[in-house]
Design a protein. Structure first.
Length: 499
């Protein structure tokens, strides 16, 4: 640590020295150590002023862009666990003793500065202790997510106050049997009210009803109480599939009102004991759906009718969500441009352009405030948006070589949002001419809403010096805005054609 203090001291005293700003890995207070993943190589980025300095990191020369920003991918020296960055101004120093000083037995130029950035690995959480509960036991779920294994993939999303029988526990997750040979796992912090009980009577479905209600086709299934269910959609052909778990079918009658606009018919099956599957065949591509429960335990699936669009995209309602905000900066660039800033700036241009085309817009965040992910989704849903676009800029995980093929990518979660992602991605590539990463199926909160086609856009990588420079250019927000407008228009036009 003496070495660090000495160097910091000299950096402050000599004003002819270049200034080095390391943005990532970030030194965290109070001990100013950076925490990184346990990887053999990692990236480091930031900037140097003046930009015509020569930068070396652990002895390796690193190029600076014209604005002084840099990005390097270097071996991680776990033996010494620090980065040493030295920047030397490009000036011709005479060999005069006044231009040099001694430090730790080496001669140092006065026009150079160094910083030492120590790092360590991110800590790994300790093992959880098994709770003192005997199984099976009746558990009340407070919403959350049920996974394929402890810490596994998201599989279904239990509604608040659903009661289910837990059959085991592992690594802080309770296990719930949803079908013979099939379990899901829910983190213990979503579980409460444990009651010794080995069985719970499965509800029987006798009837179902589909009717039109203010822009949605509503399917009602009386069950008497909440159960676990899984919903997913398919695109060829267009359908929504609901698996109701712990339920028995005696479904002899389904009524359809004459004014349905989206639901063609419902076909049921019982693929396993106490699992009832409802296949809802649609008249067109899915525009979204949502689930509610009535007080008396009716399962209500609302299927969104296609929005009424006048001409072009006039009449459409789009939710624009600038990612991050408040004390959540998001990713950060080498010259400290924050993702939250650029996301908000772009959102302004997107909203302006869409509104000028007759689109109604709901913006989840209009200033530098921190809004929770759930709140953003609620804002879009409650406003009745027909589409949701979350605006982001990318960064890489520790250990990834940043000099690979990275550019623009668009993320979706539900199959019915895939064509929307493809249309917007195509226009973003046209506008920015960056590497085309294609679209991703990706389990992201803002790609997961079901009430409307939802995508999350990662236009470029804020951590790349050249991408950050592009984001700071004057015409960048307008380029993104135009691409998003054209993407929305293309998507809507293609959807209309398929009707
Ligand atoms: Zn982001």
């Amino acid at each position: 640590m003496n070495k660090i203090l000495l160097l910091l001291l000299f950096s402050a005293v000599l004003n002819a020295q270049p200034h080095i700003d390391v943005v990532y890995p970030r030194a965290m207070p109070p001990d100013t150590i950076a925490y990184i993943d346990d990887v053999n190589e990692n990236f480091i980025f930031g900037s140097v002023t003046p930009p015509n300095s020569v930068l070396r990191i652990n002895g390796i020369k690193v190029e600076l862009l014209e604005n002084g920003s840099f990005l390097a991918f270097l071996p991680v020296d776990w033996e010494n666990s620090y980065y040493e960055l030295t920047a030397t101004a490009v000036t011709s120093l005479s060999i005069d003793s006044a231009n040099f000083y001694w430090q730790s037995n080496v001669i140092v130029r006065k026009d150079s500065s160094s910083i030492i950035l120590p790092f360590t690995t991110r800590s790994i959480k300790g093992k959880a202790e098994q709770p003192d509960i005997s199984f099976p036991t009746l558990v009340t779920l407070n919403g959350g997510v049920a996974r394929t294994a402890p810490n596994g993939a998201y599989y279904l999303f239990p509604d608040k106050d659903t009661q289910v029988i837990a059959t085991g526990w592992r690594d802080n997750y309770y296990r719930f049997r949803i079908a013979p040979q099939q379990s899901v796992w829910v983190a213990s912090y979503y579980c409460s009210k444990f009651e010794a009980q080995s069985d719970i009577l499965p509800p029987v479905i006798w009837e179902a009803q589909a009717e039109q209600k203010q822009g949605w086709d509503e399917l009602k299934v009386p069950l008497g109480r909440k159960v676990l269910y899984r919903i997913y959609d398919e695109t060829f052909p267009n359908k929504i599939i609901v698996d109701l778990f712990g339920v028995i079918s005696h479904l002899d009658k389904i009524s359809y009102s004459s004014d349905l606009r989206s639901v063609w018919d419902i076909v049921w099956s019982q693929p396993a004991d106490e699992v009832v599957r409802l296949e809802i065949n649609l008249m067109h591509s899915c525009w979204g759906y949502k689930v509610d429960w009535s007080e008396d335990g009716q399962f209500i699936l609302s299927v969104k009718n296609p929005p009424e669009i006048l001409w072009g995209i006039k009449g459409l309602h789009v939710a624009i969500d600038p990612g991050h905000g408040g004390d959540k900066d998001g990713a950060i660039g080498p010259t400290r441009l924050t993702e939250k800033e650029i996301n908000l700036k772009i959102a302004g241009s997107v909203v302006e352009l869409l509104e000028s085309k007759g689109v109604q817009v709901t913006q989840t965040r209009t200033d530098d405030s921190d809004i929770g992910l759930k709140k953003r989704i609620h804002l879009a849903e409650n406003a009745g948006a027909d589409l949701l676009i979350s605006l982001h800029h990318n960064a890489l995980a520790d250990g990834t070589n940043p000099f690979g093929d990275f550019g623009t990518g668009t993320h979706y979660y539900h199959p019915f949002s895939r064509d929307f992602a493809i249309s917007v991605q195509r226009e973003l590539i046209q506008a920015l001419m960056l590497h085309d990463e294609g679209v991703y199926y990706n389990n992201l909160a803002l790609a997961r809403p079901t009430a409307m086609p939802s995508i999350l856009v990662e236009s470029a990588y804020i951590m790349f010096p050249d991408h950050e420079m592009m984001m700071l250019s004057e015409d960048y927000p307008a380029k993104i805005a135009k691409a998003i407008y054209l993407g929305v228009k293309e998507f809507v036009t293609l959807r209309k054609k398929s009707l």
